[in-house]
Design a protein around this ligand. Structure first.
Ligand code: NAD
Ligand code: UDP
Length: 336
């Protein structure tokens, strides 16, 4: 079996490619490298001892996609490619709608033309919107999203649902990720953000390694146990394995939606203290104003993935912070 992985050189993509290869599933990656380094795939090849076919192309380039489908006998597509920075999406909405929404439609058209009708799509817990009550369950409707990134994910969910409704040949899986962190336990692949990290975990790791002076905690006056925001952090290797499970379990027609999270919430302060305790390092921090658009607390109800995909997050917070730190220490400046 061969799978096309778009965005496969990126953070979640590279970990998923590794897990696919470990299951003897062949992979071809399409990535334009706008937010990745092809070194990630070289390391995946070293770790697995297996080759990865790599095509540097944009998912909006239908000719490039047609060539990939003509050259390879592809059974399914795992679609990670897209832009993901919330703040940037507010400043550059057209870039986000183009890469994420238009990119997904071009990809789906190329798939249909090639007779490939199975897609697993990287969605996000953000589609539950601002008013939803945690824990989030798949039966809840999509809510009002607060930025173009979140809106683009909700739009793609709808586009793919419509495609599956129109033609029973299609099987679409919408995986709603909560907060992936961590790195492969080898320390060879991990998250390599460009510039100043937007997300909590890479920021903490860069403070720990001395690249940044201190962490700013965005608000400690939320209605949570310690006043800082709570999220459902899951290990990226667990998340990657969720894609393999989804690929194996969802061959049937229609649209299938799953939360991928642990079902537990961790506050920003708890995360900082866990990183310090497990790794025996200091993370200096200061309390800063709230970040616009942040929700106080949300986490997953992950029962559906357990029942239908036989998937559960297996790694705990200590694994997440330990593996992040190993990756950061071994690669203080990322893949460069
Ligand atoms: P990432 O930026 O590391 O990976 C995305 C990859 O897609 C990169 O390798 C990038 O070069 C590539 N890419 C971007 N636009 C492209 C285009 N037009 N054509 C071809 N390749 C393109 O991000 P990630 O954290 O690995 O996220 C993967 C997917 O999961 C994204 O769709 C993201 O929105 C989604 N997601 C991520 C998170 C998270 O917290 N990391 C949470 C929920 C959903
Ligand atoms: N956060 C923080 N300082 C940072 C980055 C993030 O306090 O430098 C907080 C942020 O306000 C949120 C939590 O950490 O409450 C998780 O943020 P992240 O951006 O990692 O994930 P998301 O906002 O997508 O849930």
């Amino acid at each position: 079996m061969k799978v096309l992985v778009t965005g496969g050189a990126g953070y979640i993509g590279s970990h998923t490619v590794l897990e696919l290869l470990n299951q003897d599933i062949d992979v071809v990656v399409v990535d334009n490298l706008v937010n990745a380094n092809v070194e990630s795939l070289k390391r995946v090849e070293q770790l697995t001892g297996k080759p990865v076919d790599f095509v540097q192309a944009d998912v909006r380039d239908s000719r490039a996609l047609d060539a990939v489908f003509a050259e390879h006998s592809i059974s399914a597509v795992i679609h990670f490619a897209g832009l993901k920075a919330v703040g940037e999406s507010v400043a550059k909405p057209l870039d986000y709608y183009s890469a994420n929404v238009y990119g997904s439609t071009v990809l789906a058209q190329a798939m249909a033309a090639a007779g490939v009708h199975r897609m697993i799509f990287s969605s996000s817990a953000t589609v539950y919107g601002e008013g939803a009550q945690a824990p989030y369950v798949e039966t809840m409707p999509r809510g009002v999203t607060s930025n173009p990134y979140g809106t683009s994910k909700a739009m793609v969910e709808q586009v793919l649902t419509d495609v599956a409704n129109a033609d029973p040949a299609w099987s679409v899986v919408l995986l709603r990720y909560f907060n992936p962190i961590g790195a492969h336990e080898s320390g060879q692949i991990g998250e390599d953000p460009q510039g100043i990290p937007n997300n909590l975990m890479p920021f903490i790791a860069q403070v720990a390694v001395g690249r940044r002076e201190q962490l700013s905690i965005f608000g400690d006056d939320y209605d949570t146990a310690d006043g800082t925001c709570e999220r459902d952090y899951l290990h990226v290797v667990d998340l990657a394995k969720g894609h393999v499970k989804a690929l194996q379990a969802t061959t049937h027609s229609g649209t299938h939606v799953y939360n991928l999270g642990t079902g537990t919430a961790t506050s920003v302060k708890q995360m900082v203290h866990a990183f310090e305790r497990v790794n025996n390092v200091q993370i200096p921090y200061t309390i800063a104003p709230r970040r616009a658009g942040d929700l106080a607390a949300f986490w997953a109800n992950a029962d559906k993935a357990a029942t239908e995909l036989d998937w559960r997050a297996e790694k705990d917070l200590a694994d997440m912070v330990r593996d992040t730190w190993r990756w950061q220490q071994q690669n203080p400046n990322g893949y460069i």
